[in-house]
Structures are given as structure tokens and as C-alpha cells.
Ligand binder design. Structure first.
Ligand code: SAM
Ligand code: DTB
Ligand code: SF4
Length: 348
């Protein structure tokens, strides 16, 4: 096996190539993804992020999977923006529980330049001061707002493409796919770490998953982290009765993401509550190396912290430390004579 052909980072994947990877025999796909994974990451290491919904519900958008869209009658109660000190206390608890990244979510269509945004900037400063990677997901952002967040100490911003461009208008009608890409570009321009992925189990076709991965993998730079969510069906939303994707499809999507975007953190995101330990182990084998930990995601339940600890113990997985540079030299399973070239590539 020639390492040099494996280490190339590409941004010009064709639909046919991705189709071929996605449709490989299952175990062959996992094997190839696991091989790529070992060239760029410590397979024993998984990043732990904690989510907190700092402003819940009442969102004017119509994302058909979301518990927080005002137009659907879900069990979520609208809450105003949390106080800065409450948020910082939650971040301290998350750090004590082993999280290295703290992600604050607001059910906003877009950020507005008002007092709430000033308070979010204070939260970002405070969480950064605790020594955690601070992430926000606040909806659409202008270039100036992205810069303000960066100046306050934000590390990463999450904004998903969610699905393929073709399927997008079947899932969300209140903003366009291009709106999403614009925000992601504003985040990148502000030199923030880009977190962008999507959601499967919406009733999309394999071609939609392939299209979504093509968009992510052909960005000028791959997102630093790529969350793959499985639908958590929410009563009262248009997708409330939708059957989530199977574990096999989750593993396929994760493995394909890993092969297309070798350096990125691939995050096994929403939907873990319904997965067995064995299913999650397969996801880690296929290259997932990040999870959301904590009893709730934003509004829906997630596995208990103790059961995640047990799973990590069974698999001998250790949490990744905060601010561990993606450009760190890689020593895993690399033939020593080729390590130098690989490190040079990684340092780019
Ligand atoms: N309002 C912001 C936005 O849309 O970017 C941030 C929060 S939103 C909850 C972040 C992402 O979570 C969505 O883009 C979607 O991929 C995922 N998500 C939301 N609801 C979900 C659900 N019920 N099941 C699975 N994933 C979900
Ligand atoms: C992402 O891709 N998944 C997270 C995070 N980014 C913000 C959110 C998952 C939300 C699941 C549904 C809920 O808890 O409301
Ligand atoms: Fe609003 Fe985000 Fe939910 Fe869409 S996913 S309805 S933008 S909170």
C-alpha cells in the first residue's frame, strides 16, 4: 500500500468517486476508512464536546426536523437567552466531566447586533478563559459578526449544510443552501475553525448523502469538524414519524466522510441514544473521533455521561485534550521513512 496515494488531501472529488466509496462492500469500506483514520489520527483518541442550548425555541425557520422551530407544536418551551454566569457554571461542569469543547446553541435564524449578541460575546470570553475550546451555533452570521466572535475568543463555529443541495428545499424553505455556504465562508474568513456537517434519516436518498458529502469535501478547505447527525424524530415536526437511518447507513456515511476528509474530526452526533455500544464502536472504527457528551444535546436526550465513560473504558478510548493542533505530527502506523513527508503535508 503506497502511503503517498493515501495522504493526498483532495477538494475535487467527483460524484462517481464518492458513489463508489459509499457503495463499497460494508467491511471493505470500514477497513479503508480505518486505514485512512490511522494515518492522520490516534485511533484511541476521541474528542468530547458538550452542548448547551443558551436560547431555546421560538425559531422563525422551518427546518423540518427541528424541535425549536416556532411553527411546529413540539414539547419545547421557549426560553430567553441564559445569563452569562449560568452558562459559565455549565461550562465548568462540562470541563470537570472531561469535555474539551463547549458548544453554545441559540435557536436564531441569524445573529443580530443587539444586547443578546453582546452577552454571547461575554459567554465566549468566559468559556475561553476556562481553557475550553469555545464553539457557537447561532444561525447565519455576517463577516463582521464572525470577526467579533473570533476577537472574543471563539474557537469554532457550527453551521451545517444539512443535506444535498438538491434535497435542501424539501427540508428547509426559509433560507437557501447558498445562505448556508455564505455563513460558512464568513466563518472561514474570520479564521475560525469550521464545523459543518449534516443530518441523515430525513428520508433522503443515497445520492443526497453523496451530494452532501461532495459539498463538504470539495470546500476550499475541509471543515475542521464534520458532525454526522442521525435524525432524532420530534413529535409535532413534519419528520416526527420518520424512521431514522439504520446504524449501517450511519457507519457508511461516517466512513465515507473519513475517507474524503482525512484530517477532519468526524463527529458521531445526534442519534447515539438509540445506538448500541457495538454500533458506536463500529462508528469509531470507521473514523468517527468526536462525540457530544452530556445527558442532553440541545433539547433531546443523549446517553448518560457514565455510560459513555463505560464505553470509552471498554474500547480503551481516551478523551482528546483541548487545543490539540490538527497539525500535530502523526506517528501512528506510518512507516518511519515516510513520516517526514506526511508531517510536511500535515503542516501545510
Ligand atoms: N440554529 C442553528 C442552525 O440551524 O445552524 C443551530 C442549531 S441546529 C440545532 C444545529 C444542527 O443540529 C442542525 O443543522 C441539524 O443538523 C442538527 N439537528 C437539529 N435538530 C435535529 C434533530 N432533531 N435530529 C438530528 N439532528 C438535528
Ligand atoms: C450538530 O451538528 N449537532 C448538534 C450541534 N451540531 C449543534 C445538535 C444536535 C441537535 C439534536 C436535536 C436537539 O437536541 O434538539
Ligand atoms: Fe432554527 Fe436551527 Fe432549528 Fe432550523 S435547526 S429551526 S435554524 S434552531
Amino acid at each position: 500500500m503506497k502511503i503517498s496515494s493515501k495522504i493526498m488531501i483532495r477538494n475535487n472529488w467527483t460524484r462517481e468517486e464518492i458513489d463508489e466509496i459509499y457503495n463499497l462492500p460494508f467491511l471493505e469500506l470500514v477497513y479503508r476508512a480505518a486505514t485512512v483514520h490511522r494515518q492522520y489520527h490516534d485511533p484511541q483518541e476521541v474528542q468530547i464536546s458538550t452542548l448547551l442550548s443558551i436560547k431555546t425555541g421560538g425559531c422563525p425557520e422551518d427546518c423540518s426536523y427541528c424541535s425549536q422551530a416556532a411553527r411546529y407544536h413540539t414539547d419545547v418551551k421557549v426560553q430567553k437567552l441564559m445569563q452569562v454566569d449560568e452558562v459559565l457554571a455549565a461550562a465548568e461542569r462540562a470541563k470537570d466531566a472531561g469535555s474539551s469543547r463547549f458548544c453554545m446553541g441559540a435557536a436564531w435564524r441569524e445573529v443580530r447586533d443587539n444586547r443578546d449578541f453582546d452577552n454571547v460575546l461575554e459567554m465566549v470570553k468566559g468559556v475561553n478563559a476556562i481553557g475550553m475550546e469555545v464553539c457557537c451555533t447561532l444561525g447565519m452570521l455576517t463577516a463582521e459578526q464572525a470577526q467579533k466572535l473570533k476577537a472574543a475568543g471563539l474557537y469554532a463555529y457550527n453551521h451545517n449544510v444539512d443535506t444535498s443541495e438538491e434535497n435542501y428545499s424539501d427540508v428547509i424553505s426559509t433560507r437557501t443552501f447558498d445562505d448556508r455556504l455564505n455563513t460558512i465562508e464568513n466563518v472561514r474568513q474570520a479564521k475560525l475553525s469550521v464545523c459543518s456537517g449534516g443530518i441523515i434519516g430525513l428520508g433522503e436518498s443515497d445520492q443526497d448523502r453523496i451530494g452532501m458529502l461532495k459539498t463538504l469535501a470539495n470546500m476550499p478547505q475541509h471543515p475542521d469538524s464534520v458532525p454526522i447527525n442521525n435524525l432524532v424524530p420530534i413529535k409535532g415536526t413534519p419528520l416526527g414519524e420518520q424512521e431514522p437511518a439504520s446504524i449501517w447507513d450511519m457507519v457508511r456515511t461516517i466512513a465515507t466522510a473519513r475517507i474524503l476528509m482525512p484530517k477532519s474530526l468526524v463527529r458521531l452526533s445526534a442519534g447515539r441514544l438509540d445506538m448500541s455500544y457495538e454500533g458506536q464502536a463500529f462508528c469509531f472504527m470507521a473514523g468517527a473521533n468526536s462525540i457530544f457528551s452530556g445527558d442532553v444535546l440541545l433539547t433531546t436526550p443523549n446517553p448518560a455521561v457514565n455510560s459513555d465513560k463505560e464505553l470509552f473504558q471498554i474500547l480503551s478510548i481516551k478523551p482528546r485534550e483541548a487545543f490539540k493542533g490538527e497539525k500535530k505530527a502523526v506517528e501512528f502506523n506510518v512507516i518511519p521513512s515516510e513520516a517526514e513527508a506526511l508531517n510536511a503535508e500535515l503542516a501545510k
